[in-house]
Design a protein around this ligand. Structure first.
Ligand SMILES: Nc1ncnc2c1ncn2[C@@H]1O[C@H](COP(=O)(O)OP(=O)(O)O)[C@@H](O)[C@H]1O
Ligand SMILES: [Mg+2]
Length: 248
């Protein structure tokens, strides 16, 4: 469904006159299947978010291709409505001047799919993410972190996408809220038959929701394992990382 092949990405290093480039992603290739939750676990700075931005088409790779159902995601029409995103910083993900309703229907507007029954559509989406219809008129600053992230999730599913990229989507939430949002994501994945690319540094979260995980190291895939075999990773680095993250 999502096929990442031979991806390379570098950035110019900071410093006004620096001509050096930092290679952030090196020959990254993997596939995320229909209905699968694929985790990407790695240390901070290993290039996970960069990979996420490339999948979302926010940035272009220097080399390689990312195909969604055989078509290159560099075309906006391929991504639109099919691939959504939920980020860590839910407060800045929603326009502060938008009501919850406006935030939720924004992606549908972009798709020119605003219908007459928008109100019931918004109510249905709110219901699906566990929020009362009265939230429609609220503004982001009136929401708790967990509620704001639920609004971001409602927005992400509004176009019934086939794939959602979640970049540290639960990392800023309180632990008890993290569990609730994880449960919600798991339910929605079944209802909508979606795939998730679940970027995280939280192994427990990955173990709960992912089917397979990629261990990411310095912009490269170190190892890829089914979640049931997470304890049996082969590489020394993966063993160390997992141990470190569990005690974290
Ligand atoms: N737009 C950018 N310009 C320059 N360097 C960047 C940019 N985005 C990311 N980087 C660098 O790429 C590396 C990987 O960053 P990132 O993808 O955010 O990692 P992660 O999400 O795994 O923490 C970091 O060293 C970061 O400084
Ligand atoms: Mg990141």
């Amino acid at each position: 469904m999502l096929k990442v092949d031979g991806i390379e990405k570098s950035y110019r290093q900071s410093g006004l006159f620096s001509k050096q480039r930092q290679q952030v992603l090196k020959n990254v290739a993997f596939e995320c299947y229909h209905g699968e939750c694929l985790g990407i676990i790695g240390e901070s700075g290993s290039g996970k978010s960069t990979l996420g931005r490339l999948i979302l088409g926010i940035e272009k790779p220097d080399r390689g291709t990312i195909l969604f159902e055989g078509k290159n995601v560099k075309d906006r029409s391929v991504r639109m409505g099919n691939i959504s995103a939920v980020f860590q910083n839910y407060t800045s993900s929603i326009n502060p001047f938008f009501t919850v309703e406006e935030a939720i229907i924004e992606p549908l507007k972009a798709q020119k799919k605003v219908q007459q029954h928008m109100q019931s559509k918004v109510d249905e989406l709110l219901y699906q993410v566990g929020l009362d219809p009265s939230y429609r008129r609220k503004y982001p600053h009136e929401l708790s972190g967990g509620e704001a992230q639920r609004v971001c999730i409602a927005r992400a599913i509004s176009t019934a996408p086939k794939c959602i990229l979640l970049d540290e989507a639960i990392s800023s939430l309180d632990v008890s809220v993290q569990i609730q949002v994880l449960q919600l994501l798991k339910q929605l994945k079944e209802i909508y038959k979606m795939s998730y690319v679940f970027i995280t540094h939280d192994i427990q979260a990955a173990a709960y929701i992912c089917d397979r995980v990629i261990i990411f190291r310095d912009g490269q895939i170190e190892e890829m394992v089914p979640i049931g075999q997470l304890k049996d990773v082969q590489s020394e680095y993966a063993k160390k990382l997992l141990k470190h993250l569990i005690t974290f």
